[in-house]
Ligand binder design. Structure first.
Ligand SMILES: NC(=O)c1ccc[n+]([C@@H]2O[C@H](COP(=O)([O-])OP(=O)(O)OC[C@H]3O[C@@H](n4cnc5c(N)ncnc54)[C@H](OP(=O)(O)O)[C@@H]3O)[C@@H](O)[C@H]2O)c1
Length: 348
């Protein structure tokens, strides 16, 4: 059995500690991979700081981290999709299962087969690792029945004439949401900083507005006049003195004043409670993703083909800060300072 090493979260508010960890064999529906790259998400350092408040069920010490890419080394008895040696990307479920063996920040990671897929040889582990949490959050908000409930994406999309607002198209969640909604046939209007307009348009958005402009809400309401919307997806963007409102508040206002479905999927906690009369909103959670029809569609059907045929871009771009579990703290610090259309990645 291989020896394992992990970056442990031992106490909230303290740096991760790299030390020996047990190697855990998979249950029938799981695989074990040798990790080659991990990506950082805001929830990782938020959990490090105050996991006892936001995820009170998580027992310490544990191993956190959601996004991993690597090579399959062991298969559960029920696993059909993979062979030993396959190169894969997958979403770690340590938060959901309260299980350190399923955290990304270690050398050997246990993953559920259902939220894992093969990647083409042409795709590096570092680039693939940017996908999982951004992809699943985007998919849950766009396609789950209790959220925007949009048509599923295909590799040969036919435009359906309906519009979707995605506030925060250059965020990690947004880069996935823009691509998925476009591949599902919707016309996307989105927001980013002007320097990222080109990126968001390349991912599929028909029009992009500056989310820091004081006139962003008015500009988007005007743009949507005479168009039918299927709702909005609010991602990122706290209230600032400059823009006055955050993503959630802005989307609620735009949806209220536009024609079509009056629903906002929210990637952040809080603003959903501010929904005005006639508008519904809900905070996106991906708890059921690993076993519902959306997770099956994304990881079982859509993503492997889309990656193999080059029809899905791993975005935002990976910014690799270094190699080794010891670099994860540094990676947290880089992301905390603020990123623009970049996913912070550590090679292992
Ligand atoms: N519910 C869930 O399960 C879940 C899962 C993952 C993430 N989230 C949440 O979703 C949000 C985005 O996470 P992420 O990892 O995708 O973020 P991220 O990529 O780290 O976000 C960085 C981006 O924020 C953008 N930004 C700056 N000002 C903004 C504004 N006013 N409105 C919208 N975006 C703005 C920047 O775009 P420019 O540089 O172009 O300005 C930058 O590209 C966070 O609040 C996170 O906590 C929720």
């Amino acid at each position: 059995m291989p020896t394992n090493k992990a970056a442990y979260l031992i106490t909230n508010g303290q740096p991760l500690e790299v030390k020996e960890a047990p190697y855990t064999s998979p249950s029938p529906s799981q695989i074990v991979i040798k990790s080659h790259a991990v990506a950082i998400n805001p929830v990782d350092w938020a959990t490090q700081a105050m996991g006892h408040i936001i995820f009170p069920w998580i027992k310490l010490p544990t191993v956190i981290g959601s996004d991993v890419a690597g090579e399959v080394v062991e298969l559960g008895t029920g696993v059909q999709k993979f062979n030993i040696g396959d190169r894969i990307v997958g979403q770690c479920l340590a938060f959901l299962h309260n299980n350190a063996a399923e955290g990304a920040f270690q050398e050997y990671v246990v993953l559920e087969e259902s939220v894992t897929c093969k990647i083409p040889d042409s795709l590096s582990y570092e680039n693939a690792a940017v996908l999982p949490l951004g992809l699943s959050t985007a998919s849950c908000g766009l396609f789950q029945k209790d959220f925007l409930a949009l048509d599923f994406p295909t590799l040969e999309p036919k435009p359906n004439g309906k519009w979707l607002l995605i506030w925060g198209g250059s965020t990690s969640v947004g880069c996935n949401a823009v691509q998925l909604a476009t591949l599902a046939g919707y016309s996307v209007v989105s927001t980013s900083s002007p320097k990222n307009f080109e990126l968001v348009k390349k991912l599929g958005a028909r029009e992009v507005f500056d989310h820091n402009s004081p006139t962003a809400v008015e500009d988007i309401v005007k743009f949507l006049e005479g168009k039918e919307i299927v709702g909005a997806f609010a991602i990122g963007g706290p209230k600032t003195e400059r823009n006055g409102f955050g993503a959630g508040e802005n989307c609620l206002e735009i949806v209220k004043r536009s024609e079509g479905v009056k629903f906002v999927a929210m990637a952040m906690h809080g603003p959903a409670e501010l929904a005005p009369e006639g508008v519904k909103a809900a905070f996106v959670t991906g708890g059921e993703f690993k076993s519902n029809e959306v997770g099956r569609m994304i990881y079982g059907e859509f993503l492997p083909k889309a990656l193999a045929e080059g029809k899905y871009v791993c975005a935002p771009e990976a910014l690799v800060v270094g190699k080794g579990l010891e670099k994860i703290e540094e990676a947290f610090a880089v992301q905390k300072k603020g990123v623009s259309a970049k996913k912070i990645v550590v090679s292992l």
